[in-house]
Design a protein around this ligand. Structure first.
Ligand SMILES: NC(=O)c1ccc[n+]([C@@H]2O[C@H](COP(=O)([O-])OP(=O)(O)OC[C@H]3O[C@@H](n4cnc5c(N)ncnc54)[C@H](OP(=O)(O)O)[C@@H]3O)[C@@H](O)[C@H]2O)c1
Length: 257
């Protein structure tokens, strides 16, 4: 049997990964901060699909939280075959409106945790000659969008680079770059979504389906949905100044919904 470990598994894209992988027979290790919610989800997936589902309560903005997940990934008696580094969040405001501690917490969750967990997982996957890692970045990786966009650009570059470095050794890495997905993300970040056109919204289950298909095909970058592929292609033709202005405003309206 195969085992998948998913961070940020209690909501949105992470929960969609958990549902999809459980339905394919993966045993699960679910990580997030809310223990009660983790166990509720683990029990439901176990009951529905008959898979084993364990949980790790961990705050990936802390050293202890990252270390707890690293330890599980290094447990050679219970190997993890697929790691999904999905936990993430948006801060409530633009640059200088957000405190430095919150910016640093974002870098820790989006970059340090992804680096450390990917390293812990791939080291043992390489020894076994098989395994996969999906690092959830964002289409924001390709646009100027504060610390959030910059951190997701790091995830994308790091993942594609590591995929090349480990090529031919049985370990696959994929950077997943979705556009706007209907999850708890925007509400948690206090972002108004009124100015995001309807066509830009993606469904979490479809995003996950595309990611797993691209991973199976050996790709290192997944941009779900042809509309976003076209948008990225077109963005290369738009002057940087205009692009920066549009990208720093679309979906970045903070305050009451
Ligand atoms: N929604 C979008 O439009 C969109 C677009 C592109 C990329 N993404 C990326 O997709 C990923 C998932 O986002 P989502 O939209 O599914 O958001 P979501 O619905 O808000 O879910 C976020 C998940 O991450 C966990 N989490 C947050 N902070 C954490 C921390 N410090 N330590 C451990 N777990 C933490 C949350 O659980 P707890 O609160 O219990 O910890 C929750 O399970 C993120 O990396 C996000 O940047 C989202």
């Amino acid at each position: 049997m195969t085992t998948a470990l998913i961070t940020g598994a209690t909501a949105g894209i992470g929960a969609a990964f958990a549902r999809r992988l459980a339905s394919s027979g993966y045993h699960l290790v679910l990580a997030a901060r809310d223990t009660e919610r983790l166990w509720r989800e683990a029990t439901e997936l176990h009951d529905r699909h008959g898979v084993e589902a364990d949980v790790i309560t961990s705050d990936l903005a802390t050293d202890d939280g990252i270390a707890a997940v690293e330890e599980r990934l290094r447990d050679t008696a219970h190997p993890v075959d697929l790691l999904v580094n999905n936990a993430g969040f948006g801060n409530k405001g633009r640059y200088l409106e957000v405190g430095l501690a919150d910016e640093l917490a974002m870098l820790r969750v989006h970059c340090e945790a992804v680096l450390r967990l990917t390293s812990a997982a791939t080291a043992s996957m390489r020894e076994r000659g098989r395994g996969g890692v999906v690092n959830v970045a964002s289409v924001a990786a390709f646009f100027p969008r504060g610390t959030y966009g910059a951190s997701k650009a790091w995830v994308t570059q790091f993942t594609q680079g590591a995929a090349k470095d480990l090529a031919g050794q049985g370990v696959r890495l994929l950077a997943l770059c979705p556009g706007f997905v209907r999850t708890e993300f925007h509400e948690r970040a206090g972002m108004g979504t009124g100015n995001i056109p309807r066509w830009m919204w993606l469904d979490a289950d479809k995003v996950v389906e595309t990611a797993l298909r691209d991973l199976a095909r050996g790709r290192s970058l997944s941009i779900p949905d042809p509309r976003y592929k076209a948008l990225l292609g077109a963005s290369r033709l738009i002057p940087q100044g205009v692009l920066g202005r549009v990208s720093s405003t679309t979906g970045r309206k903070f305050g009451p919904q």
